[in-house]
Design a protein around this ligand. Sequence first.
Ligand code: UDX
Length: 454
Amino acid sequence: MLAGDLGRGIGVIGAGYVGLTLSVFLASKGVRTICVEKDEVKAGKIMRGVSPIHEQGLPELLQRVVRDGMLEARTEVGDMLERVDTVFITVGTPTGSDGAPDLTQVKEASRQVGEAMSTSRTATPLIVVKSTVPPGTTWHVVRPIIEEASGRACGDGFHLCVNPEFLREGSALQDTMNPDRIIIGAKHSEAAERLKKFYEALYHPSKIPTLVTTPANAELIKLATNAYLALKISFINLISQICEATEDGDVGVVAEGLGLDPRIGPLFLRAGLGFGGSCLPKDLRALRWFAASRGLDTSLFDAIIGINRAQRLRVVEKAESKLGGLAGKRVAVLGLAFKPGTDDVREAASLEIIRELLARGAEVRAHDPAALDNARQVIGESVIYCHRVEDCLNGADLAIIVTEWPEYAALDPSTLKSLMRNPLIIDGRRILNTRRLIEAGIRIHTVGLHNPSA
Ligand code: UDX
């Protein structure tokens, strides 16, 4: 593939997980990429080739593309449109106060692109909305802002597409390099065709299944995907509660059996402490809000959210009943990130569990291989943060596995027993070998496993 097939250059607005990973990947494919990030600290780091996020493989590649001059970071759009044909908008859409996504950053990025276009000689730039937005946003919010700021008409002076992103944190680069599908939403076929050709060149010789539809359908596909994944997780967590209350019940086996049905599939059926992160909870709320705004039934979405919260609180209830009260008890929380492989604590189960443990008077010590600093910023100093897992376990009355980091699965039962004041474990992520621990004299409650003696 020749870099020329991909145009003169690409602009990316917003250097979060999506924007930064996309920028680094494009630059690594020989495309001159300009990444606009309004946070000066973040932009400064990128300019120096330092990754502002914890993501496997990203630091090395970022360093290389910056050194090779393929990736440039800046804080303003400025004259970017003189050097690029395509601009991806990848800014955040956090949940606003009423549950609706806050579109402030999307509007601001659209305005900046429009203004840059008004003085640019680039004939018909292609603007691609990758941010996750409610159906109708690209056509009814983004388009008019760009048209007004640029003085150009969509379909003539510029092209506009929706192109949702499905990457997962922890494997963001891999997912960007090997997407399982490409969804393109556009009102004008020339716009869709341009983006489709761009991706064909980018992924050549691989042929990625591509669906071209309207902007609203593309926007909805993203929200519906994440809501469906959340549904699967809450479903299996509900089954896990049933397993705990059923003689010999084991949700791991039930999930395995369910997954053998090709209509169901094995993925996203890992029971545990529910879903967190920057996307699943937020996108579910956005879809719920959108359905409610249309006067539709939201009870399924409410149930998914309710089960997710209950799954976390059940662990605290269990802890309280096992210890006969939590006041003054030392609890070791193992894992703070919302999943392994990331330092991200957004909507992590750990936050809710720790808040609840503290409210019931427990003394909390926490460990995480990557997320201690991020957690400290959210939780503050009411928790003792431990860099070594042994320090976290030392003198504990209870340990709760909250994130399934591999090092916790490898913990030696005899070490656990000798370190803890009271050898009791709640395995919220089902990673420990229950039998080995019981044999070592440790009491263990595993989520989704019937164990009356724990
Ligand atoms: C998710 C989507 O997978 C991705 O397509 C989208 O672009 C962004 O949101 P991510 O947030 O990185 O990605 O994490 P993911 O791996 O999907 O896990 C989300 C949460 O669900 C985590 O808290 C994880 O622990 C939990 N989970 C996942 C389960 O509890 N059980 C499962 O079976 C799978």
